[in-house]
Design a protein around this ligand. Sequence first.
Ligand code: EPZ
Length: 426
Amino acid sequence: MDRIIIRGGRTLKGQVPISGAKNAALTLLPCALLTDEKLTLTNLPRLADVDSFGHLLNELGVSTKVQRGTDGSIGREMTMDAKSLASTVAPYDIVRKMRASILVLGPLVARAGEAKVSLPGGCAIGNRPIDLHLKALEALGAQIELAAGYVKATAPGGLTGGRYSFPVVSVGATENALMAAVLAKGETVLDNAAREPEIVDLANCLVAMGAEIDGIGTDRLVIRGKPRLNGARYQVMPDRIEAGSYACAAAITGGELDLMGARMGDMATIFDAMRVTGVDVTEIEGGIRVSANGRLKPSNVSTAPFPAFPTDMQAQFMSMLALADGTSVLTETIFENRYMHVPELARMGADIQVHGRTAIVKGVDGLVGADVMATDLRASMSLVLAGLAAKGETAVHRVYHLDRGYERLEEKLSAVGADIERLSDG
Ligand code: EPZ
């Protein structure tokens, strides 16, 4: 397994190109299943999860053609053709490696009247059930059966429009329901739907494919189903979590980074919290400039669904606050086990106490480099950020977690002054 070595203490300055959003790409890719015409996605990030999703689509009989971007963005272009599906089964050996595979369930049952997807199971940050995905599809007339570790959804006569109000805001369940509803007969109303920018990106792509959706960006989506959708060409939105992570890199190293391609509207709450720490955030031509302003001040944050502070930024923000001049209180309201970076940060000298969903972060004057273990995607980035500021050398092990969500991390950080390299254990 690879590891990343960082020699900390360097101030980062320069431009960081922001890639297409992982969590948008993973819900846009399955849209190819909704049409027998070609869907081309541009600005796709070069990430392990995107490649895995391409393999899953191939398994289902979707032909995929990947090429360098031709739309001026930094990402790749993938053209998918699901003219004839060879299978409606997403097998265990693929799903276990990428839980977002569950997002083929809604499109498959909508297009083919059936789908069989291995249950994704839990992951490091929580047990992550899919009950809301299934209840939403049942509201559209799907029959759901759970057996031998698989979920089977059938709708022999096709799906019918229905109403469903999510008891808990769920990004994935909203995505599955939305992708199913666009081909259901009649009207569907989804209440308490997730409003994340990635959902807006999905809805905009579906509209480009001929879907009829009202309430995009709100928590009430009204969809009038169509008998079929057409192909389209659609650009993936920029990754607000990648951009937020690099904003933290500027803050924690006392530097200044221009996040090229980032969109302010997606990141308002992230930047509100960063401004509390004394960081300057300003819009510039083509991006957003994040400049540190002396020692960071503490900032209290509670994660919640969009437009609140995103759970996917909690670990990275904690690393910054570990060096603030005072005590910060972080509350993680979305996932039950998203503090696995805390013991690793403590190995570097951070002073953090976890009580259930709350973390008390007492700022220290400095961190010291150490060997640390990545446990999940965003925790890994929090360790990289700590290493950038720490005195001495930090080795982050199990960086395959990072490769799932951060494209060309070492390259982007080296380009703005970080002393960072990847070593292969193999
Ligand atoms: C998406 O996961 C993201 N992943 C996650 O990003 C992100 O943390 C999460 O949304 C919240 O914003 C992708 O988009 C691929 P949820 P998802 O359904 O859809 C509970 C990253 O780091 N729930 O919004 O799985 C669930 O347990 C990843 O990029 C149910 O109870 O998240 C959680 O407590 C990590 N039943 C809460 O809802 C369900 O059927 C929110 O989960 C579904 C969810």
